[in-house]
Design a protein around this ligand. Structure first.
Ligand SMILES: [Mn+2]
Length: 277
């Protein structure tokens, strides 16, 4: 394992609705991540047209921080946008919004996360929604390719969504999409709930594993629960994973700064075990 880079998901609060507050949160988050030692950040953007990407680019450059990935879930949670909605009009609006996210991400050659934004199955067959999802994802992947943007689909646990809960299900859909710039984002919190054998699942999707989220079993900072990070990082090492390790946890314990510090120290210490050989 060459030196893997560590990223921090920085929260910009609901304030993504208000570009001024968004910017304030973003600057504070970037500075905090930098101070602790992180190489990059991940940011959630509800509507890229409402934020000044050139300014964000300047701020990140100034701090020498990469933007590893762009989150899109707020567009689902706040506006209901999703790719498989029974209403075709919503599907179209979601594609347009995700193209904006891709344009935004192109400034940083970063990844765009397809999590909540894919939508819920809502009693339709897996095959029906898969076909719809595959069609829209191909269109987005072809738009993203010349812009050097990669799309990563994140399996989420059953209590949050009813379509694509496991790495295996997601791998199957990624194979159907069949585009070089579409892969998988695995998250330890979700895997801990959904995967029968985490290391085996990681090996199974190795060729398409492009991004990685870490939180402990309680979704707090890595190091504060009982998730077996050593075993997972060993599996990542063995499959030759070269993407980011991105910390996405609740601001626990003791607030965002303390959580970010504990997470960084924990991740770094596990990575060092495998970077030695
Ligand atoms: Mn995640």
């Amino acid at each position: 394992m060459s030196c893997l880079k560590i990223a921090l998901v920085i929260s910009t609060s609901d304030a993504a609705f208000d570009s001024l507050a968004f910017k304030g949160d973003l600057v504070k988050g970037l500075q905090m991540a930098k101070r602790i030692g992180y190489d990059a950040v991940e940011i959630a953007v509800r509507d890229p047209k409402k934020v000044d990407v050139d300014e964000i680019e300047l701020i990140a450059k100034d701090l020498q921080m990469d933007v590893a990935a762009v989150g899109t879930g707020q567009a689902f949670l706040a506006e209901g946008l999703n790719l498989i909605d029974p209403d075709e009009n919503i599907q179209k609006r979601t594609i347009e919004r995700l193209k904006d996210h891709i344009d935004f991400a192109s400034h940083f050659s970063s990844k765009v996360i397809i999590g909540f934004i894919r939508g819920n199955r809502k009693h339709r067959s897996v095959q029906e929604v898969s076909n719809l999802f595959v069609e829209h994802m191909r269109c987005l992947a072809d738009y993203a390719l010349p812009r050097k943007v990669t799309l990563v689909i994140e399996p989420l646990n059953r209590y949050e969504i009813d379509f694509l809960n496991t790495l295996g299900q997601t791998f199957e859909v990624v194979q159907m999409i069949d585009r070089t710039n579409v892969g998988i984002l695995a998250d330890t919190f979700h895997m801990n709930i959904e995967e029968a054998r985490i290391e085996e699942s990681l090996r199974f999707v190795a060729s398409k594993l492009f991004h990685f989220h870490v939180a402990d079993s309680n979704r707090w900072a890595p190091g504060t629960g009982h998730y077996d990070f050593e075993s997972t990082f060993e599996a990542l090492h063995k499959i030759g994973y070269e993407g980011y390790i991105s910390v996405e946890c609740l601001p626990m314990p003791n607030g965002p700064q303390e959580a970010a510090k504990i997470a960084y120290t924990t991740v770094k210490s596990f990575l060092q075990i495998f970077e030695r050989d």
